[in-house]
Design a protein around this ligand. Structure first.
Ligand SMILES: Nc1nc2c(c(=O)[nH]1)N[C@H]1C(S)=C(S)[C@@H](COP(=O)(O)OP(=O)(O)OC[C@H]3O[C@@H](n4cnc5c(=O)[nH]c(N)nc54)[C@H](O)[C@@H]3O)O[C@H]1N2
Ligand SMILES: Nc1nc2c(c(=O)[nH]1)N[C@H]1C(S)=C(S)[C@@H](COP(=O)(O)OP(=O)(O)OC[C@H]3O[C@@H](n4cnc5c(=O)[nH]c(N)nc54)[C@H](O)[C@@H]3O)O[C@H]1N2
Ligand code: SF4
Ligand SMILES: [Mo]
Length: 740
């Protein structure tokens, strides 16, 4: 028997696991009590690693479509097929004719983070899409404009705060996002034990709300309104105290002026929160010794996502809580920390909208276009039309808005390649599927998530099992694709490409040193390990990979420390509190205040006499991970989880009964779902979890197909986006609901 210590790759909490194996079998999976960040905490999904290891439906051989059928092929055949089909499209129609979609698991994958940019750059397509625009893009846009880089996202210092105001996040179920902090239940309990307060703002009374001191329902899509009311109160009542931040901030005066138009009394009707309650929230936050506002996906996947994301940090600045212990702080990770390279305290800032989507003209952010545009880019003929698609660890047919339209568009493509572990809703349309190794066959280091951790930590795990079969490793697949896209064919010298990647990182990491000398120090490492070693050596803690290999429970590099002004990368060297594009977008919010009340309650203009008018939001579930963990039996057993939550008052009005069924319609589509009546959801709102709908023909996921559920994104309207970030509106979708 062997014991392995390994970081869980499934969510942002990065829990340490203790895995016992016997030969090629997983015997047990437990929390690693000695892990420096998680101290033994895990959630039920961790066992999914064993199930995934044993899953007979998980792909291990490439599939190539022959006569309409996906059949097994050799790696060489698969790469040749990709070259044969894609290269002519690139030659004839240009780079933009091939789109790429990068899914969520890439963010948890060292190989993908290091080598993903190699093939994307070789492809050179402006039609690059990812799960970011159905997720956190608004926060990246606001953080980029305010602090200067796309990953300068302040993290709530939950372990030292006395007052935590949470909007649109349910970390007891999601285990935290843009906040790597395992065991949020324990962390929230400790805030209350030390006399602090936790307030949750959510259209549902969630598990997190149950642990909080206080919960308020809010109308979906109106967090920016509520936050404006809070900021206005701080200003009007003289409660602001930016302290040392004042000298590091541009635009304070402008913000003070702007928010005076949005007193709680004015935003209350839209947000559904009483004006006096909004004022009390502001006063209590200002009075707290150490307080912080934290907001997540309920505030980003909505109509005013960028405004809400911005206002969270405006509140944190005005209360003096940004960059202060117990407030919102900037992590300093051991490797790849974006906002610690270059000259401290100044930078180029971010440039957004360098190109626009061809059909709708939505702006690019950080190299990608909004995925809500993908279907129309495939459908609309003409120069720049998308004719082929590459998906890597993504399931856009389930995860992005108006799934029905996207699916039809994908069916019309000339060619599609997927790198994935299943034949699922999306990959079933591919011409070639390249299997990715299972997590236990990969090494692991959270290059991205450690930049958002509640403490500075570093933890490397080697693979638990050797790679099964003779195929390439995942990073080698990326380089093979890079070879094909750069015109070198299916047999490019990928070792040379790897050397090139490492050399580039060496030059960037040590601009004043001879790259040969730097590379000699990390010999004989290759692949992601070589690059990680370089990044660790270049990082602020001067770590090496060998040191991490010697500390299997991770290295604790201490709590957050203040980083302003060093962390800033704006051209001014200041926090930009009133970025011009965001300020301009306030006009849209102002106009929303005058929407008729029935529209605010969910009705879509003109249809206000329809009693079924509701707004749809989502919800996450503990034993689920977006769309792809439903083939693991222990995670799906039990009663049907893909149900619609509705408030008792609405249920009665609409003639719905608990356990009955409802038909839900939107501009985009229609689904029929089982009904669960609960007072944990506010009146006027219904909730359906995303990530289900596994019953389409051709899906090869036997367990998932037994518990298919419905795909809630059939209802999400791709025409609704947050205009600054292009992020899709997935919460607050107008729907009509009828009984059946
Ligand atoms: N309505 C609604 N829609 C939502 C959301 C919501 O809250 N509501 N949330 C959004 C959010 S936050 C996100 S992040 C997106 C997620 O959107 P996606 O990333 O598109 O979807 P996932 O379900 O995460 O799909 C992951 C894919 O990767 C494959 N996979 C798993 N592990 C690996 C691996 O190691 N390697 C490879 N190559 N493939 C792997 C899986 O089989 C699956 O096909 O969904 C979004 N969609
Ligand atoms: N178990 C599990 N864990 C996961 C995932 C999963 O699918 N399952 N997905 C992972 C991913 S990719 C991500 S991005 C994170 C997301 O992590 P979280 O952001 O914590 O995600 P949710 O649990 O969906 O919580 C969002 C909350 O917002 C509420 N909400 C909806 N609309 C609004 C609104 O307009 N305003 C406000 N204030 N609240 C609103 C919803 O009711 C919900 O409770 O979770 C990650 N962890
Ligand atoms: S909380 Fe996330 S990282 Fe921790 S065990 Fe569960 S899925 Fe894995
Ligand atoms: Mo996400």
């Amino acid at each position: 028997m062997a014991v392995h210590f390994r970081t869980c790759p499934f969510c942002e909490a990065t829990c340490g696991l203790r895995i016992e194996t016997e030969g090629h079998d997983v015997i047990s999976i437990r929390g690693d009590e000695e892990d420096v960040l998680s101290h033994g905490f895990i959630c039920p999904k961790a066992y999914g690693l064993k199930e995934l290891h044993e899953d007979q439906d998980r792909l291990t051989t490439p599939l190539v479509r022959r006569d309409g059928e996906l059949v097994e092929a050799s790696w060489a055949e698969a790469f040749e097929e990709i070259d044969r089909r894609l290269t002519p499209i690139l030659d004839e129609h240009g780079r933009n004719a091939v789109a790429a979609y990068i899914g969520n698991p890439n963010a948890h994958n060292l190989s993908a983070l290091v080598y993903g940019s190699a093939w994307l750059r070789a492809l050179g397509s402006q039609n690059t899409y990812s799960a970011s625009t159905v997720d956190q893009m608004p926060k990246q846009v606001s953080s980029g404009l305010m602090f200067g880089t796309m990953l300068s996202v302040p993290v709530p210092d939950v372990d030292r705060t006395d007052h935590l105001l949470i909007l649109g996040a349910n970390p007891l179920v999601s285990n935290g996002s843009l906040l790597t902090a395992p065991d949020m239940r324990g962390r929230i309990r400790r805030i209350r034990q030390r006399g602090g307060k936790v307030v949750v703002i959510d259209p549902r009374r969630t598990r997190t709300a149950d642990e909080a001191s206080e919960h308020h329902f809010v109308r979906p899509g109106s967090d920016a309104h509520l936050l404006l009311g809070i900021v206005c109160t701080l200003v009007e009542e003289g409660l602001e105290e930016p302290g040392r931040l004042a000298e590091h901030t541009n635009g304070l005066e402008e913000v003070r002026e702007l928010v005076r138009d949005f007193p709680p009394e004015r935003v209350s009707a839209t947000s559904g929160v009483a004006a006096e309650e909004i004022r009390r929230m502001a006063r209590e936050l200002a009075a707290a010794e150490r307080g912080v506002v934290y907001a997540r996906i309920g505030t980003t996947t909505q109509e005013f996502g960028t405004l809400a994301s911005w206002l969270v940090d405006v509140v944190n600045v005005l209360t003096g809580n940004l960059d202060r212990e117990g407030g919102a702080m900037f992590t300093l990770a051991a490797a790849g920390q974006r906002n610690s390279s270059g000259q401290p305290g100044t930078g180029k800032g971010v440039r957004l909208g360098r190109w626009a989507s061809r059909v709708r003209g939505l702006p690019e952010s950080f190299g990608e276009l909004p995925v809500a545009c993908l279907a129309e880019e495939i459908e609309r003929p003409g120069d720049g039309q998308v004719r082929a698609l590459i998906t890597v660890a993504g399931n856009p047919v389930v995860s992005t808005p108006n799934s029905g339209r996207l699916e039809r568009a994908i069916e019309s493509l000339e060619f599609m390649v997927s790198v994935d572990i299943y034949v699922n809703e999306t990959t079933r349309h591919a011409g070639v599927i390249l299997p990715a190794p299972e997590p236990l066959e990969k090494s692991h280091y959270d290059l991205a998530l450690y930049q958002l951790a509640v403490r500075n930590v570093a933890n490397y795990s080697p693979p638990v099992f050797p790679r099964n079969g003779s195929g390439p490793d995942e990073w080698q697949v990326s380089l093979r694709l890079a070879g094909i896209f750069s015109g070198q064919g299916a047999n490019a010298d990928i070792d040379a490409l790897d050397d090139l990647v490492a050399r580039t990182i060496a030059q960037r990491s040590f601009p004043d040193r001879d790259p040969d000398e730097v590379l000699a120090e990390v010999e004989p490492r290759r692949g992601p390990e070589r690059v990680l070693d370089l990044m660790l050596r270049a990082g602020r803690y001067d770590l090496t990979l060998a040191e991490l290999e010697a500390t299997p429970h991770g290295v604790d590099l201490g709590p957050h420390r203040p980083r302003i002004p060093e962390v800033l990368r704006t051209p001014s060297g200041k926090i930009e509190l009133a970025p011009e594009p965001i300020v301009a977008d306030l006009e849209r919010l102002r106009a929303s205040l005058d929407r008729p009340a029935e529209r605010r309650e969910g009705a879509r203009g003109g249809a206000s006499d329809n009693e079924g008018d509701m707004v749809l939001i989502g919800r996450r579930q503990l034993r689920s991970n977006n769309s792809w963990m439903h083939n693991l039996r222990p995670l799906v057993k039990g009663k049907d989880r893909c149900t619609m939550h509705v408030n008792p008052a609405d249920a009665e009005r609409l003639g719905l009964s608990d356990g009955g069924r409802a038909v839900v319609r939107s501009r985009a589509g229609e689904v029929e779902v089982p009904v669960e009546v609960t007072d944990a959801i506010m009146p006027g709102v219904v909730s359906i979890p995303h990530g289900w709908g596994h019953d389409a023909p051709g899906i090869r996921m036997r367990v998932a197909s037994e518990h298919p559920g419905v795909n809630s994104n059939v209802l999400a309207d791709e025409s609704l986006v947050d205009p600054l970030s292009g992020n899709a509106v997935l919460n607050g979708i107008p729907v009509t609901v009828t009984g059946r």
